[in-house]
Design a protein around this ligand. Structure first.
Ligand code: PMP
Length: 381
């Protein structure tokens, strides 16, 4: 009893510290009826009629009833993996239940003791958690700094992995993939690219940034997630057939979990059928991205980095702490726009920002309205 009460006290103290830092997380229900500047449904695929039809037609069991290695495997899951490998121009693909599980599953299983992982300091938590689960030596390098990768290489041992995201989720900027691929090719390093935010959006058919740049043969593994532009859930690691077979044998987040539900597999197969036909939506998304940057940068007190795409951080020229960023987000929501604050520890303290996510279904009028509302909110101190 006393042990548990002191434990509860410790938990409460941690929460109180978060509260005092203005960083306490709370669940909120997605606000109804607001203009969507926050979801990851970049192309609106979660509601696409063909995907909806596949969902309704899926029928059968509600769950997969087991792990892939036991009763959870299906012809549909294997067909989806074949479809994924072909579409993304890789030898093979292996499904995971989420991008989080895929990153964990790759990094905790493939790099071994004596190997080295060099990862961008802005890497997603799932990459960092995967690295923590591996016995390899790991060093972060400065965000998007190829020279820093080269410097750190001097001390690297064993197989060397370089982990990046094609497009970073908090800043919307891109990894210098062409330079990194050249370095990895020249030095025999293994490039691992998380394509969470580029899958479906880049490339002639939405194959992702690696394929758009013609780098698929220079990348050891790609993590493709399906909870964003694909409008569903789950993820895949794509790469060599040997890598797939290794992960299937050694990757614990693949082995010890119930496989994706049949309706998820069915909606994903449908979403991938639709994806090549969404060029107009992709173009609209990039047009809107340029429009948003121009409009918000013209508003006094706001700064959106020019290198951001699809995902746009909005910084205030007046230094704004977490409380102020939350306040502005709440005011933007009250004005009808679903805009979220991003605060530490998700981003480094002192870099709190709003994050605007664009979709092919947003309009210039919505962006005008948002720019006017934000200008009004931040202008009235
Ligand atoms: N990688 C990146 C870069 C992400 O942004 C996310 C999701 N926020 C993930 C991985 C995790 O993907 P999932 O949501 O499918 O677990």
């Amino acid at each position: 009893m006393s042990i548990s009460s002191s434990l509860y006290q410790r938990l409460a103290e941690h929460l109180a510290k978060r509260e005092a830092d203005g960083a306490r997380r709370r669940l909120t229900l997605p606000p109804a009826g607001l203009v969507d500047f926050s979801s990851n449904d970049y192309l609106g695929l979660s509601h696409h009629p063909v995907v909806q039809q596949a969902l309704l037609a899926a029928g059968g069991a509600a769950g997969s009833t087991g792990s892939r290695l036991l009763t959870g495997n299906s012809a549909a899951a294997e067909q989806l993996e074949t479809q994924l490998a072909r579409f993304h121009r890789a030898e093979a693909a292996l499904l995971f239940n989420s991008g989080y599980a895929a990153n964990l599953g790759f990094f905790a299983a493939v790099p071994r003791r004596g190997d080295t992982i060099l990862y961008d300091e802005a890497s997603h938590a799932s990459v960092k958690d995967g690295i923590r689960g591996s016995f390899a030596t790991a060093w972060s390098f400065r965000h998007n700094d190829v020279a820093d990768v080269e410097r750190k290489l001097a001390r690297a041992t064993g197989a060397v992995f370089v982990a990046v995201e094609s497009l970073y989720s908090m800043d919307g900027d891109m990894a210098p993939l062409v330079e990194l691929a050249a370095l990895c090719r020249a030095r025999g390093l293994h490039l691992v690219v998380d394509e969470a935010h580029t899958n479906g959006l880049y490339g002639p058919q939405g194959e992702g940034l690696v394929t758009a740049l013609g780098l698929e043969n220079d990348v050891f593994a790609r993590v493709l997630t399906f909870g964003k532009a694909l409008g569903s859930q789950g993820a895949a690691v794509v790469g060599a057939t040997l890598l797939r077979d290794y992960l299937l044998n050694f990757s614990r987040p693949f082995i010890y979990t119930t496989a994706l539900a049949p309706h998820s597999v069915a909606t994903l197969a449908a979403a991938y059928e639709v994806l090549p036909n969404l060029s107009a939506e992709r173009e609209q998304l990039f047009r809107l991205s340029d429009y948003l940057k121009a409009r918000l940068n013209a508003a006094p007190g706001l700064r959106v980095p020019p290198e951001s795409h699809v995902i746009h951080p909005v910084f205030f020229t007046e230094a704004a702490g977490p409380a102020r960023v939350r306040e502005v987000a709440a005011a933007a929501q009250a004005a009808g726009f679903d805009v979220r604050p991003i605060v530490a520890p998700t981003v480094p303290a002192g870099t709190e920002r709003l994050r605007l996510i664009l979709h092919s279904y947003n309009t210039e009028a919505e962006i005008d309205g948002l720019a006017a509302a934000l200008g009004h909110i931040t202008g009235e101190e």
